[in-house]
Design a protein around this ligand. Structure first.
Ligand code: IPE
Ligand code: IPE
Ligand code: MG
Length: 242
């Protein structure tokens, strides 16, 4: 569909406040957030947006109280087990980005199983950022390139945007066209720092569990109205600038 972003990146924020407003434990907000993600994926499938990258747990979220971290990890484990069949039936390919070594083995195993199970699917790629931080991503990419230099397969002078981009977690995927953040904050919170360089940004006060088809349509309509110049004077990539 014309005007539909190919890749949407979402910071699903506001689960805790949604629960608190209802005098419910924060866990209830995170559970409701899973339903909102299901709706969003279905809408993206319908509208023809082929890549959805969601921030599920940031490298800074480890700083939350152990009880909250524990319930989020438990929920992730449960959701992966419960949703993977339905996702696979819809043709969704699941991919995780983030520092896997920081996660417990049972979760890592389930993540690997979900990726293997859905690897041949092609209707939509769902990238789940888990224990992910944009700065972590740049650091691990720097290490990859440093090892290549030490191994003699790369010269430091040959390092360019392409080689660095290829060492990042989202390598092989195009940059997000549209970034959505719910929950009222207007910040990136260490999400895809490199990849968001030219992404259109859309923020809403709606809390993530309340995000649905209407809000997604609003975000897509905003995107469709943007004039993406990428530094040029026209919106035609490679178009005349004089
Ligand atoms: C986003 O909701 C989900 C995660 C960070 C895991 P929050 O838990 O940040 O909810 P608020 O921002 O406290 O309402
Ligand atoms: C961003 O939300 C991370 C996720 C949604 C996973 P936070 O709630 O952690 O962000 P800050 O702390 O308000 O910046
Ligand atoms: Mg938050």
């Amino acid at each position: 569909m014309p005007g539909v972003p190919q890749h949407v990146a979402i910071i699903m924020d506001g689960n805790g406040r949604w629960a608190q407003a209802r005098f419910l434990p924060r866990a209830a907000g995170h559970r409701a957030g899973v339903s909102a993600l299901r709706v969003t994926i279905n809408e993206c499938l319908t509208k023809g947006c082929g890549i959805v990258s969601v921030f599920a747990f940031s490298s800074e979220n480890w700083r939350r109280p152990p009880s909250e971290v524990g319930l989020l990890m438990q929920l992730l484990l449960e959701v992966l087990e419960r949703e993977i069949d339905a996702l696979s039936d819809k043709g969704v390919r699941v991919r995780f980005i983030g520092d896997r070594d920081s996660l417990a083995l049972p979760l890592r195993e389930r993540m690997g199983a979900a990726e293997a199970r859905t690897s041949a699917n092609s209707q939509l790629t769902l990238v789940i950022a888990l224990a992910y931080g944009g700065r972590w991503d740049l650091v691990q990419a720097a290490r990859v390139l440093a090892r290549q230099c030490l191994g003699g397969v790369l010269s430091p002078d040959a390092i360019d945007e392409q080689s660095l981009g290829a060492a990042l977690a989202l390598a092989q995927l195009p940059d997000p066209d549209l970034f959505i953040r719910t929950g009222g904050e207007r910040r990136i919170s260490n999400f895809l720092l490199w990849n968001l360089a030219y992404t259109e940004l859309w923020f809403t006060d709606v809390l993530w569990p309340d995000f649905g088809a209407r809000e997604l349509a609003e975000a897509f309509a905003y995107f469709a109205g943007r004039n993406r110049r990428f530094g040029q004077l026209t919106d035609t990539p490679g178009g005349s600038t004089c």
